[in-house]
Design a protein around this ligand. Structure first.
Ligand SMILES: Cc1ncc(COP(=O)(O)O)c(C=O)c1O
Length: 381
């Protein structure tokens, strides 16, 4: 099939998709003149998100990274403390460990889920304990919208008193054994960055079953102000709250979350079916324990079998003004983390080498999907 001309309009990987009610809530924020961090939209967003995720205590923040920073600080990460984290992730998952001068040990993925390998984690913790080192926390990432194996990870961490903080930045709307993404361990963080399945333009949220933890986080996120009519401070905090206007966008987005998940899953299924007969192409597996939100449709390209590598495909899409992206470059390969320890690494390295994220925006048309498929197919030998 002949390929179409390069369109002037760029097809982005995962652009925002408003539902309609966002403007009503933003208008309410304007009418009430709460043009501020904090306000009724923030309160309502926290309550509505708590209802959706099932975690009773929620704190809306300026980013997912801020949420992770607060969680780790409140779980007592001190300079020199060891934190184990998924290597196949976005850097915002782990920079908060370095903000606190903690030490990172990266754990490889398993082939079945692409998430943190529980066997490797167990082995790494055992090795640390033998050396007299007790890890303080574990951060598994729910990669591309698929939950990590929470029960197995909890069974490893809990008996040792090691905190588990779920990085559910990418998995809003996904489920693990009937529980909403993030419902495990001590706390979960979510992101509403512009590229996520629902967005506030920029924002995040910390959620937990531990009321005290969220109360403390709330205080730290507002410059750790002590109760006094003037400004009194006995510890150092941050300016991490979400703005009232952005929370209005979040409320509208929450109303369409279920639709967005269905559509992302449809897009994934479409690509998978349309490329099923291409040798050397396979897709991110879905674990039997859950329902991914398929935030991004991710495929693997075996160049020997397909006849082109993932970079050739990415550039071919780019030539038609279509954005696609390699998988996250594993943290243990990042120059900034060159001195950090790791366990395993070969699985995430192979995924990075062969993986490509395809455009997955929920407002994509059937024609745009066909175009992506035609270009990918056209690269094959
Ligand atoms: C896995 C993961 N962790 C953390 C973050 C950080 O979230 P934010 O960009 O809201 O700080 C993101 C995304 O942006 C992410 O994909």
């Amino acid at each position: 099939m002949p390929l179409p001309d390069k369109p002037a309009k760029r097809l982005f990987l995962s652009p925002p998709h408003m539902g309609g009610a966002e403007r009503t809530f933003v208008d309410e924020a304007f009418t009430s003149n709460y043009i501020a961090p904090l306000g009724p939209q923030v309160d309502a967003f926290e309550q509505e998100f708590a209802q959706v995720c099932g975690l009773p205590h929620c704190l809306a923040l300026s980013s997912g990274t801020a949420a992770m920073h607060l969680a780790l600080r409140l779980l007592g990460i001190q300079p020199g403390d060891l934190v184990l984290a998924s290597t196949l992730t976005f850097i915002g998952s782990v920079t908060p460990v370095t903000f606190l001068d903690g030490r990172l040990l990266f754990v490889d993925s398993d082939r079945k889920t692409w998430n943190m390998d529980p066997d490797l984690l167990a082995q790494a913790i055992e090795d640390c304990l033998k050396k007299g080192l007790r890890p303080k926390a574990v951060i598994p990432t729910d990669l591309y919208g698929q939950c990590a194996d929470y029960d197995r990870l909890s069974a490893i961490c809990e008996p040792q008193g090691i905190a588990l903080v779920i990085d559910a930045a990418e998995s809003v709307g996904a489920f693990y054994r009937g529980r909403f993404a993030g419902d495990a361990g001590q706390a979960a963080i979510y992101s509403f960055n512009g590229n996520k399945i629902i967005t506030t333009g920029g924002g995040g949220l910390l959620a937990s079953r531990d009321k005290g933890l969220i109360e403390q986080a709330r205080n730290l996120s507002q410059q750790a102000r002590d109760p006094a009519p003037h400004y009194e401070h006995t510890r150092i905090g941050y300016n991490y709250r979400m703005s009232n206007i952005l929370a209005g966008i979040g409320r509208g987005q929450l109303q369409v979350l279920a639709d967005r998940v269905d559509r992302r899953r449809e897009i994934f299924a479409y690509y998978k079916n349309a490329l099923a007969d291409c040798p050397g192409i396979s897709f991110m597996p879905e674990a039997g324990y859950g329902r991914s939100n398929r935030w991004l449709s991710v495929l693997l390209i075996n160049p020997a079998a397909f006849g082109a590598d993932r970079e050739t495909v990415r550039l071919a899409l780019e030539a038609y003004n279509i954005e696609s992206r390699p998988l996250w470059k594993p943290m243990h390969l990042q120059p900034v983390f060159k001195d950090c320890a790791k366990v395993g690494g070969a699985v995430s390295e192979a995924l990075f080498e062969q993986g490509l994220c395809l455009p997955s925006g929920t407002a994509m048309t059937a024609q745009e999907l066909d175009q992506v498929v035609d270009i990918v197919r056209g690269c094959g030998g």
